[in-house]
Design a protein around this ligand. Structure first.
Ligand SMILES: Cc1ncc(COP(=O)(O)O)c(C=O)c1O
Length: 224
């Protein structure tokens, strides 16, 4: 980008951090081996991937590195979390999903796909500032609810949702919570009830999503 341009849209995406670029360049330019390959270059790539996953696990306070899933973007991460959680729970007669009136199109598209397959939905309203009332989430939960999906910070108006309070509700009721788009002012310890923050300055198309399997704390979404 030209030096005359001041890029201010960091809520939409961030530039690649120079340190990220420096760490990645050897793999982009020289060792571009497939980390699943058994030869020496493949093993080197696999080791670098393991190290990167461990660093992300530590910075997000994830329990295991297997909770860190790399996807091509937030759309894929949202789809994986929502459709995955819903289809995994249907055999337990849980087929109701709660979302809000201000979710991103990628969340709504995943919900539409599930609706076509017979799932039911409740769309919780927001107030004039675009904020969800955790009490409305609590009211919407039924014995068939499998998942609540709420974005952390709205990508258009920037409203930040009371995620800790919403997570307290879903944890108490034993319902999974999917959070898209947390931002940098979350504390690492908060990430046990949140996920997906943009300002990690990674390369495009390599967001990392923590996914926890326990009710109330399933997180997914691209960290970009
Ligand atoms: C909340 C939210 N979810 C998903 C996306 C889609 O992200 P991606 O382009 O990485 O698929 C965006 C993009 O801005 C977003 O704001």
């Amino acid at each position: 980008m030209s030096r005359d341009v001041v890029y201010l849209d960091h809520q939409a995406t961030t530039p690649v951090d120079q340190r990220v670029l420096d760490a990645m360049l050897p793999f982009l330019a020289h060792n571009h081996a497939n980390p699943s390959s058994p030869h020496q270059l493949g093993r080197l790539a696999a080791e670098a991937l393991r190290a990167a996953r461990g660093q992300i696990q530590a910075s997000l306070s994830a329990r295991h590195d297997t909770e860190i899933v790399f996807t091509s973007g937030a759309t894929e991460a949202n789809h994986l979390a929502i459709v995955g959680a819903a289809t995994g729970s249907r055999r337990f007669y849980a087929d109701h999903i709660i979302t809000t009136a201000i979710e991103h199109k990628s969340v709504l598209a995943a919900c539409d796909q599930l609706a076509a397959a017979g799932y039911s939905f409740t769309t919780v309203p927001v107030d004039r500032a675009g904020r969800v009332d955790p009490a409305d989430i609590a009211d919407a939960i039924t014995p068939r609810t499998v998942l609540v999906s709420v974005m952390y910070a709205n990508n258009e108006v920037g409203t930040v949702q009371p995620i800790a309070d919403i997570a307290a509700v879903t944890r108490h009721r034993g319902v999974l919570l999917h959070v898209c788009r947390p931002t940098h002012h979350l504390r690492p310890q908060d990430l046990r009830s949140k996920g997906n923050r943009r300002p990690l300055h990674p390369p495009r198309h390599a967001p990392a999503s923590p996914i926890h399997g326990q009710p109330g704390t399933r997180h997914a979404g691209g960290h970009r």
